[in-house]
Design a protein around this ligand. Structure first.
Ligand code: HEM
Length: 104
């Protein structure tokens, strides 16, 4: 369980479930093409290595960098292949306290 650049302490719940939780504030820091995280359906994705490979282009990912890209992701009508790809970029979930602020 590693989280690049994350300096928060590990909560009891995280130790029990093995899930890494990120605050929106933390996700927002990863907002450049060289360090790009986004949130889709409450999960956090580090797509830094995927930006240049994204079939939909770099621009749309940059526009959502450090933010909740659920609407954009769903709006583009991604294939089931694209949905399966999400798994390899997932690094954790949005912290329960911030969950109301993002799309479930
Ligand atoms: C980890 C996140 C993402 C992955 C793995 C991903 C993957 C893909 C893949 C594999 C395609 C090719 C078409 C398909 O198989 O559906 C695609 C196309 C596309 N994606 Fe993404 N995508 C991601 C995030 C996003 C986001 C956040 C947006 C918009 C804000 C977006 C917008 C698009 C668009 C506009 C296309 C082109 C659709 C077309 O040409 O018809 N993608 N993406």
């Amino acid at each position: 369980m590693s989280a690049k650049g994350w300096s928060g302490s590990v909560s009891k719940k995280e130790m029990e479930t093995g899930v890494t939780y990120f605050r929106l504030e933390e996700v927002a820091k990863h907002n450049s093409a060289k360090d790009l995280w986004l949130v889709i359906h409450g999960r956090v994705y580090d797509v830094t290595s995927f930006v240049v490979e994204h079939p939909g282009g770099e621009k749309v990912l940059m526009e959502q960098a450090g933010r909740d890209g659920t609407e954009g992701f769903e709006g583009a009508g991604h294939s089931s292949d694209a949905r399966e790809m999400l798994g390899q970029f997932c690094i954790g979930e949005i912290h329960p306290s911030d969950r109301m602020a993002v799309s479930p």
